[in-house]
Design a protein around this ligand. Structure first.
Ligand SMILES: Nc1ncnc2c1ncn2[C@@H]1O[C@H](COP(=O)(O)OP(=O)(O)O)[C@@H](O)[C@H]1O
Ligand SMILES: [Mg+2]
Length: 421
């Protein structure tokens, strides 16, 4: 009998995963809570929000779901995997304890130091005055001030000097712009280099690496403007050599899994360390305990194996028994957003041109919904257009060619995703 699978989230990442799962003969029914217009065409959207753990458990029982595949960050630190496991539902995703790798930057920093995983030196403070005194003692050495808790990608302030660091402490600990996430902060040495995203399937004991990918966080071309959830991504990541990938597996991913298992909190699910490549080597910027968005949209089209089969094997602790194959093709994903994002923007505009997309190009929905007029915008990031090609340049040309066929009032997108590679 086929499986009844639950996804939680409403992004293009969830649509991409749903699209891939739909191709699995092992999956009978897909449920997405709360989903979007894109996921509603592949499965059943459930009107439950990602942080409503009681609601999700209830819906999972009502719908006789037997597998949960974690994609987004919110539910795991609240214990969704622990709760579903107790109900006898197989889960691919970290327990509450294992999700601390992402949900507490203070905890994960201690973990990395304890296990010799290279990361920027940092000190942790819960007292504002002590934090200020430490910054003053550093003179003008550039630091990064990080709120320890989950802050929806807004809690990290990269500072150029001591003055900016003191301002950052004020924002996090006095104004409390990130709420309780800023009760504890890390003051971290600022590193210089380029960033890449590592993703790995993990079964608690071993990991299978995915290809590397790169994302674009700033709203504007040339990395200007505000930080966003991500405006585009491509894979493979330019500059990551096979030697570098092997070193990341050996020096980051494997010690992480060993350390988590040794602590009695084995890590099952997708592990996504954000990395900075510096002159001295590769350093872990942070752990994410789930799939990246928009990296997943670019990765998923390169996966040739059955995603469900891989995740089920990982959930059963048998990742060594599956073969995970990837296409040699490169992929590029361009996010189309609502003007004003990530600040304020208007919603409810009709999206045109979705039927004009090349058949082998994917449009993964994020902020979209159905209304009487058709599919309309309902969020900041509206959709991701993903194309493949023999080279990144070829994939990029096709992605933008298709982006230009889609239109809605106030649409905006970066013009430089995967440019110059
Ligand atoms: N030690 C550091 N040195 C330089 N830049 C950093 C450092 N830590 C974080 N950053 C920058 O800030 C961004 C966000 O930090 P990260 O730890 O990934 O937090 P989050 O994704 O939770 O906001 C990183 O992608 C990187 O560009
Ligand atoms: Mg990050």
């Amino acid at each position: 009998m086929g499986h009844r699978v639950l996804l939680v989230g409403m992004g293009a990442r969830e649509h991409a995963v749903a699209w891939k799962l739909r191709q699995s003969p092992l999956v009978d029914e897909l449920f997405i809570a709360p989903g979007n217009a894109g996921t509603s065409r592949l499965g059943t959207n459930l009107a439950v929000q990602p942080k409503d753990i009681e609601g999700l458990v209830k819906a999972a029982k009502e719908q006789r779901i037997d597998f949960y595949l974690a994609t987004m960050d919110d539910p795991q630190p609240l214990g969704l995997v622990d709760r579903l496991t107790a109900e006898g539902i197989l889960c691919y995703g970290p327990t509450q304890a294992a999700a601390r790798l992402e949900s507490s930057k203070a905890w994960s920093k201690e973990f990395m130091v304890a296990h010799g995983i290279r990361t920027a030196a940092a000190r942790t403070f819960s007292d504002y005055r002590e934090a200020c005194r430490y910054v003053e003692s550093l003179g003008d050495r550039p630091v990064v001030v990080k709120s320890s808790g989950l802050a929806a990608g807004k809690g990290v302030i990269v500072c150029n000097n001591g003055h900016e660091a003191l301002q950052a402490l004020d924002i996090a600990m006095v104004r409390r712009d990130f709420g309780s996430a800023g009760d504890t902060v890390l003051i971290e040495q600022r590193l210089y280099g380029w960033e890449t995203s590592c993703h790995a399937f993990c079964d608690g004991k071993i990991a299978v690496m995915m290809p590397f990918s790169s994302d674009y966080k700033r709203a504007g071309d040339g990395d200007t403007g505000l930080n966003t959830g991500g405006m585009g991504a491509y894979s493979p990541s330019a500059g990551v050599t096979p030697e570098m990938a092997a070193a990341v597996q050996r020096e980051v991913v494997e010690p992480t899994l060993e350390g988590m298992a040794a602590a009695g909190t084995p890590y099952c699910g997708t592990l996504y360390p954000g990395l900075m490549v510096t002159e001295d080597g590769v350093s872990v910027i942070e752990y994410n305990a789930r799939f990246g968005d928009p990296e997943t949209q670019a990765l998923i089209v390169r996966l040739e194996s059955d995603l469900f089969e891989v995740c089920r094997a990982a959930a059963e602790g048998k990742l060594d028994q599956v073969d995970v194959r990837w296409s040699d093709q490169a992929s590029v994903g361009v996010v189309m957003a609502s003007a004003g994002y990530p600040a304020t923007y208007k919603l409810g505009y009709i999206i045109r041109g979705l039927e004009d997309i090349d058949p082998d190009v994917q449009v993964f929905h994020a902020g979209t919904k159905d209304d009487a007029r058709g599919i309309v915008t309902s969020g900041g990031r509206v959709l991701t257009v993903v194309a493949s090609g023999p080279t990144i340049a070829a994939a990029r040309t096709r992605a933008y060619d298709n982006v230009r066929r889609i239109s809605f009032t106030d649409a905006f997108y970066r013009k430089d995703i995967a440019a110059g590679l």
